[in-house]
Design a protein around this ligand. Structure first.
Ligand code: AMP
Length: 501
């Protein structure tokens, strides 16, 4: 039994010391060199900051580079856990997260960019540190698999981002389940698309290490310049993509593979995060008929994915691609409004998850953790938690699970998970906004903020931009004398949506 994800790294480094583990736009690193660099970082943190403490957070200012991964693994070697902080977030939000975390230290893994007060440059650590093998061995000997590995901050309906805390155990379980289901091997060449503060990237990193494969970190700008992306995929013989649906959509929308020069040796396309449009799926399938296509489903709180569906049949335009069945060592079930299990096809209920993938909880949010991860209603006699996803799903006639919609106001917008209420809470704090309500128009893919009050749209935008990531800023602002109410006195979201359509 493995007690830490370092076992995955060490095993692959022993097997393939000179093989390239990671590639970014500037450099490549072998397994052996990657371990050495990460050990330097681990030694540095252990001696200068942890000083015997373990399981403490360390923040990393991330970039799309190998150094970010070196920082992550250095933190793991030091016996602590990492949090990825992106400079794309507004300063207020970054500070809020750092305040909540109170990390041992902040490591800046960027090659460029203005200095951040209090952050230590990764390159300086590597230059100035000698590995202390004995110290790191002692730390590793004392590791247990329930130790936290990382925390990922996602949008929170209360206006404060939630830090989902994931253990080594959950990630080890995930990669074993993936391997069981898909049989990756050391020939896998992964093209990492997802940012490192988004859990889709967890699958790239840890599956690479599990099989001793190679992972390419694709520059963000390539997704705005698809020709560069396609050339990269072809030249580097990429064969495994674990991507957000929105990324797969970019290439289908421009009919990239109509040009045979852009066909690359794809073996796997795994997509997740939102419903895959059938025309996008069919386009990929037509051009890569031999590849394995998989619909992966799951929220960050259960460690990436809990169900999968190998999409190996044709789908017509009005079909939906199921989310399938639970991974090995995971149980999923549907509960109706009275917490009774649904087993009849066609009836929708909340998808609940049980298993090793469940997060340790939300960082410093006991109440929120208790409500999202309640006691298993069927086993009240002992501590056994489930995760209530807030997603509605049903079984089709073949008893495959199919995603239906959300129970709440969480949306997916170009792969980003957003709680519309978080935007409302912040908009409501703008001085002359009396009340606001946010709606997502799926057709236009626009977030629309309806508000009551005399405030100017520009001021609201400016205020929101200080507090929220760019992707959460509404596209439209509609000022109304009063927001419509339902018979129960709540804001009538349906009416607002109809107004917007
Ligand atoms: P995140 O925590 O950012 O991974 O977002 C998780 C949410 O994305 C889930 O609770 C679903 O609402 C949605 N989601 C994830 N995968 C799928 C999928 N394959 N099909 C439809 N929705 C999905």
């Amino acid at each position: 039994m493995k007690e830490s994800v370092l076992c995955l790294l060490n095993e692959s480094a022993n097997k393939f010391p000179q093989k390239i583990a990671f590639v970014d736009i500037d450099r490549k690193v072998t397994y052996s060199d990657f371990v050495s660099e990460a050990k330097k970082v681990g030694t540095f943190i252990a001696i200068n900051y942890a000083k015997g403490l373990r399981n403490r957070p360390v923040a990393v200012i991330i970039d799309r580079n190998i150094d970010t991964l070196t920082a992550f693994f250095g933190i793991i070697f030091s016996g602590n856990f990492y949090t990825a902080i992106s400079m794309d977030l507004p300063e207020d939000r970054r500070n809020l997260i750092i305040e909540e975390l109170n990390p041992l230290c902040i490591i800046d893994a960027r090659k460029k960019g203005a200095e951040i007060s209090g952050a230590i440059k990764l390159s300086n650590i590597i230059e100035s540190t000698q590995i202390n093998e004995q110290l790191l061995k002692n730390i590793q000997d004392n590791s247990i698999d329930t130790d936290p590995l990382y925390t990922l901050f996602t949008s929170g309906s209360t206006g404060v981002p939630k830090g989902v805390l994931i253990s080594h155990h959950s990630v080890l379980d995930l990669v074993e389940a993936f391997n069981d289901a898909f049989g990756f091997d050391s020939d896998c060449v992964f093209a990492n698309q997802a940012p490192f503060d988004f859990d889709v990237s967890v699958k790239d990193i840890y599956n690479t290490l599990y099989v001793g494969g190679t992972m390419h970190i694709i520059p963000k700008k390539f997704f705005i310049m698809p020709k560069m992306l396609l050339t990269y995929l072809v030249e580097n013989k990429i064969n495994t993509l674990i991507w957000a649906v929105s990324a797969a959509r970019i290439l289908a929308d421009i009919k990239a593979f109509d040009n045979p020069e852009y066909i690359f040796p794809l073996k796997y396309l795994m997509f997740s995060g939102e419903v895959m449009p059938i025309h996008v799926f069919n386009y990929w399938k037509k051009h890569f008929p031999k590849a394995c296509f998989v619909n992966l489903y799951g929220p960050t709180e259960i460690t990436c994915n809990c169900t999968y569906y190998k999409a190996d049949r044709e789908f017509s335009d009005d079909d939906i691609i199921p989310i399938g069945h639970a991974f090995r060592n995971t149980r999923v079930f549907l509960l109706d409004d009275n917490d009774k299990i649904i087993t009849t096809p066609g009836i929708s209920g909340e998808l609940c998850v049980e298993g090793s993938g469940l997060a340790l909880g939300y960082w410093k949010m006991e109440e929120k953790t208790a409500s999202a991860f309640p006691q298993n209603p069927f086993l009240p006699e002992f501590g056994n938690r489930i995760y209530r996803t807030g997603d509605l799903a049903y079984y089709n006639e073949s008893m495959e699970l199919c995603y239906s919609s959300r129970k709440d106001f969480q949306i997916k917008h170009f792969g980003h998970r957003i709680e519309l209420q978080e935007i409302e809470r912040i908009a409501n704090a703008v001085p002359n906004v009396d009340v606001s309500c946010c709606i997502y128009n799926k057709e236009s893919e626009h977030i629309i903020l309806f508000y009551q009050g005399s405030e100017d749209k520009k001021h609201i935008t400016r205020y929101l931009a200080k507090k929220l990531p760019k992707y959460m800023i509404p596209h439209e602002f509609i000022n109304m004398p009063t927001l419509p109410l339902t018979n129960h006195g709540k804001i009538d979201r349906k009416k607002l949506l109809a107004t917007a359509e």
